[in-house]
Design a protein. Structure first.
Length: 187
């Protein structure tokens, strides 16, 4: 049995990390000068969300105004490495089970593989776990009968389940539900 664990939104706090960076741009327009994407979308972002920092919700981060900014900002070196860890108990639950664990996460930009691998090594402190970074649509290629996916993105979870694989859609507050699910698999 292998547990494939997503990072962003599960173990790493993508929304807070993005929020910190995007609000840095609202307070320093010079940061936007060299990027057509930032020049176009930051004024729209400011009109809708203002300049005062707050952590954006997952729904807000998915807003069409934020999406281009997200792809621009998340592609910066160090973005993924600097994400705060979510203290939701997920990693502790997964580690209760004596099975192989792998990180299965999607990239944005050229620095995602290095940043996410470094994040796992240093923030989780796991030097041996395999970190697999593939486009979201390719996560299904890692599915098999002896695998379990834990991911927050509904489309990925649905694809795994439709293919007959085990998958659990994670959200903070589902700790007990996840524990029951994994116990039910007789790992």
């Amino acid at each position: 049995m292998v547990i494939y664990q997503d990072l962003d939104g599960c173990l790493a706090d993508f929304c807070t990390g993005f929020s910190k960076k995007v609000f840095e741009y609202t307070s320093n327009p010079r940061l936007c000068a060299s990027s057509p994407t930032l020049r176009e979308y930051m004024p729209k972002f400011i009109r809708k969300y203002g300049r005062t920092y707050r952590s954006l919700t997952e729904g807000e981060v998915s807003d069409p105004i934020c999406r281009p900014l997200l792809y621009k900002i998340a592609a910066e070196p160090g973005f993924f490495y600097n994400l705060p860890r979510l203290r939701n108990g997920l990693w502790e639950i997964v580690n209760r089970f004596p099975v192989e664990k792998k990180i299965l996460s999607a990239p944005i930009g050229d620095f995602a593989v290095e940043d996410k691998t470094r994040w796992v090594r240093e923030v989780l402190g796991d030097l041996d776990i395999e970190v697999i970074i593939v486009p979201r649509a390719e996560k299904i290629n890692h599915g098999h009968k002896g695998a379990v996916l834990i991911d927050d993105y509904d489309k990925t979870v649905t694809e795994w389940k439709s293919a007959g694989f085990n998958a659990f859609q994670w959200a903070t507050g589902k700790e007990e539900e996840l524990l029951e699910y994994l116990n039910g698999l007789e790992i």
